[in-house]
Design a protein around this ligand. Structure first.
Ligand SMILES: NC(=O)c1ccc[n+]([C@@H]2O[C@H](COP(=O)([O-])OP(=O)(O)OC[C@H]3O[C@@H](n4cnc5c(N)ncnc54)[C@H](O)[C@@H]3O)[C@@H](O)[C@H]2O)c1
Length: 292
């Protein structure tokens, strides 16, 4: 989509991090932007901070709720009359060994990271096909192209978003919807608040993966999980600036680039995985990408 000015974008997870930066960048391109997020106070703050950058609408929305995403679409249409770009970006994370995650962990993370994207694609794609013009950006992660340890729930959600996006790309081509583009965003570490995602976790009576542990003494799993959380926080703090990610997203929308890998130095991790699959070798058990 080469011309963005005067067009309309919807960005989920827009109150913080990557979503906020993309919303800001799209306003800078002259787009009207609908900011959607579950965290109402942060959303209101962001809307106030970005108000001078262009025309916007803030909508509180839980992307894991299909009806809420339909309501978001309807609010965007009512205010701006069309939607040309949707970025299904809201995301959360949790960590720990695969077996330690509770059903509530799976439900929460898959509900936001996967079903949030499913809901956005289901709700907005028919509109774009009918319009004959549009671009859908789904936020996955490098964790959707590799399987780092202690991130199973997140990895599963992000692999699914890559699969969904690749399938969407093919489906649009097969039905001849040539005006609708797709991108899948796969960043490495970015300086955001993703490691504090539990701030938006619904109160389900558990405290996450740790709730599955029996007994009071700290187990090896507990300390490994705590060590991982600390490491993830420091890697995120050392990540790239969300504005750099936003610039690449804008470029991908303009040039209709499908894969948006923001960290070129991480690409060998992806090619190495494919080579191992082709050679029938075991997966590489990585520490974390920064250790490579
Ligand atoms: N930060 C990184 O290193 C990194 C790397 C790869 C991918 N990502 C992905 O980028 C996306 C954005 O995350 P971020 O890093 O900017 O984190 P962030 O925590 O700064 O922003 C995420 C936003 O999503 C919102 N959100 C959470 N649950 C929601 C829900 N149910 N409905 C609507 N909004 C909800 C949060 O309130 C927050 O504003 C996520 O999908 C994340 O998985 C982040």
């Amino acid at each position: 989509m080469d011309r963005l000015d005067e067009k309309v974008a919807v960005v989920t997870g827009a109150a913080s991090g990557i979503g906020r930066a993309v919303a800001h960048a799209l306003l800078g391109e002259g787009m009207k932007v609908v900011l959607a997020d579950i965290e109402a106070p942060a959303l209101a703050r962001t809307a106030t901070e970005l108000a001078d950058a262009g025309e916007l609408l803030a909508v509180t929305c839980d992307v894991s709720d299909p009806d809420a995403v339909d309501t978001l679409r309807d609010a965007a249409l009512e205010r701006f009359g069309a939607v040309h770009v949707v970025m299904n970006n809201a995301g959360v994370s949790t960590g720990g060994p695969v077996w330690s995650h509770t059903p509530a962990d799976w439900e929460w993370v898959l509900g936001v990271n996967l079903m949030g994207v499913v809901n956005g694609v289901r709700s907005f794609t028919p509109l774009m096909i009918e319009q004959g013009e549009g671009h859908i950006v789904n936020t996955a992660s490098m964790a959707g192209l590799s399987s780092p340890p202690f991130m199973a729930v997140y990895n599963v959600s992000k692999h699914a978003v890559v699969a969904l996006s690749e399938t969407l790309f093919g489906d649009l081509a097969l039905v001849g919807a040539t005006g609708v583009g797709v991108s899948v965003l796969c960043p490495g570490w970015v300086q955001t608040r993703i490691h504090e995602a539990a701030r938006n976790r619904p109160d389900d009576g558990t405290s996450g993966a740790a709730a599955s542990d029996a007994g009071g003494a700290e187990s090896g799993e507990d300390s490994a999980r705590a060590g991982f959380a600390e490491l993830a926080a420091s890697l995120i703090a050392g990540g790239i600036n969300p504005d750099d990610v936003a610039a690449q997203v804008v470029d991908a929308i303009r040039s209709r680039r499908f894969y948006v890998l923001t960290h070129p130095e991480w690409v060998p991790m992806v090619t190495g995985r494919v080579e191992r699959i082709a050679a029938g070798e075991d997966p590489l058990v990585v520490g974390l990408p920064a250790d490579d």
